[in-house]
Design a protein around this ligand. Structure first.
Ligand code: NAP
Length: 314
């Protein structure tokens, strides 16, 4: 008998079809179908679901649900929307995604490192000036969040000659990157880094973490790259720090409300690069292969992969 697994997602029809085709191509005796196509009986007995930005009311309509496999790495919204339920949430931890993010971190670090915002400005003003060349060894980078993405990004930067220091919550004993912890560790990283990269999850502890006070602790002229979640950065405080020339530039890929509203001052700010959440999109091929493996293991051997710690929020 074929087991039916619901797919709940608010994504484009093309993304949905591609994801379903890829997952179903490798599953044995299991079929993942759009939530809307399930019969009442199939909904009543579904034990797990595949999700990508799901409507939480769909999940609450599945009474036997034990866990969900997200195709997305960031699950802060899901954790928030399902705060009243004990459902296990398994997020995407795709090694390919980490490589893609590491490439973006390197690309935008080089953008700052080789003074591209300044040369862009100079060209607009028809101004010819050669700025002093700094070597990567003299451009320390701090990475806030040394999880699946942060660790790979740190290694990529290190391989390119940048001194990197990481910040995480719990000690990482096997680290080959210098690490700092706690509020004092954060302060040390902010004081000593020319470029600060945010790769933290959005949790009650990280919401608004980078505010006026923290920007004040950063080096004069330093740059910020936020590739994690918008609300970790207080954007009004960021604009104040840029406007008083304390910070040099910010590259922002994520925002509290996406797409960013046309009225948002970040769009036109001369020291801000706005990206439309593109640093590390889910890669359907590798993400669905990983999801399919987790689904098959669950129905063959009863294993649920490591889930998000609901107390910590990530
Ligand atoms: P992860 O594996 O859970 O790593 C999170 C890291 O942050 C860990 O090192 C964790 O510390 C640290 N951390 C969490 N709370 C902290 C706190 N209060 N203080 C200090 N450190 C803290 O997550 P990931 O897979 O690397 O992903 C990180 C985030 O990137 C996701 O949550 C998502 O929002 C974002 N993302 C963005 C894109 C994009 O396209 N822009 C794509 C994918 C993901 P411990 O190691 O001690 O647990």
């Amino acid at each position: 008998m074929t087991i039916v697994v619901p797919f709940c997602g608010r994504i484009t029809p093309r993304e949905r079809q591609e994801s379903l085709n890829a997952i179903n191509a490798v599953l044995n005796n299991i079929r993942v179908l759009p939530f809307e196509d399930l019969t009442d009986g199939e909904r009543r007995t579904a034990r797990m679901a595949v999700v990508a930005n799901p409507d939480p009311t769909n999940l609450l309509d599945l009474p036997m649900l034990e866990w969900v496999q997200s195709l997305w790495a960031g699950v802060d919204r899901l954790v928030d929307e399902l705060s009243a339920s004990s459902l296990k949430i398994v997020r995407m931890t795709d090694p390919q995604l980490a490589q893609t993010m590491a490439e973006a971190v390197l690309a935008w670090t080089l953008y700052i490192h080789r003074d591209m915002p300044a040369y862009h400005r100079q060209q607009r003003e028809k101004h010819w000036e050669q700025l002093p060349l700094v070597s990567p060894q003299d451009r320390p980078v701090g990475i806030l969040g040394m999880g699946n993405l942060g660790r790979v990004a740190a290694q990529r930067l290190k391989n390119n000659g940048f001194p990197v220091t990481g910040w995480s919550r719990s000690p990482w004993t096997k680290a080959d990157i210098p690490m700092k912890y706690g509020p004092h560790g954060l302060e040390a990283i902010l004081r000593n880094s020319s470029i600060v990269v945010v790769l933290l999850p959005l949790t009650p502890q990280t919401r608004g973490l980078l505010d006026d006070w923290r920007f004040g602790q950063m080096r004069k002229g330093a740059a910020l790259l936020n590739f994690a979640r918008g609300p970790i950065v207080d954007h009004a405080a960021l604009i104040r720090a840029l406007d008083r020339d304390h910070l040099g530039h910010a590259v922002l890929d994520v925002f509290e409300h996406e797409p960013l509203s046309e009225q948002d001052p970040l769009w036109g700010h001369p020291k801000v690069t706005v990206l439309p959440h593109i640093t590390a999109p889910t890669q359907i091929g590798t993400a669905t292969a990983l999801a399919a493996r987790n689904i098959q293991n669950f129905f063959d051997q009863g294993q649920i992969p490591r889930a998000v710690n609901r107390e910590l929020g990530y």
